[in-house]
Design a protein. Sequence first.
Length: 173
Amino acid sequence: MQMAERRTPRSHTLRKNARLWRCASSAALGLLLLAPLVTAADPAAEFQLETLRGKVVFLGEALQKRTGVASVPEAQQRTLALETSGGEFIPLLEDTRGRAFRSDERLRKMDLELLVRHYRVTPMRQVLRVFEVKGGDRYEIDYWCDVCSIIMYELKDCECCQGPIELRRIKVQ
């Protein structure tokens, strides 16, 4: 016995295609509406590069010296900030590069120029490059392991050989 071919009525096919078209157009419209949100979430689009000059200080201590208002003892050295020559305090994000100012007191004694990222959503700055300004010259600051010949960005044992590293100043033109 042969089975007869069954055909779908034309009106059913048209309704099915119309539903598919509505779903596809709704999805496309949704993607178009969400595109600006996805783009806005891109962190690279939300910062500006800045060059700042000053000395890095512990914000709690510096504010107490300037205003006489003391923070609680555990907050005295909690936040690092750049104190500009104009007297403004700019808080620094303490990532690997920023943490160098906490671990190496020599950096807090230098007149510095910092290349930073300033994200729109925060007053903090992320340190990208550190320069010492001395006698009209600029020196890029990092740490160097003579054994492994690698650059590091904070004072600690070498990540490769676990040996000591040294502060390095490279004159910049």
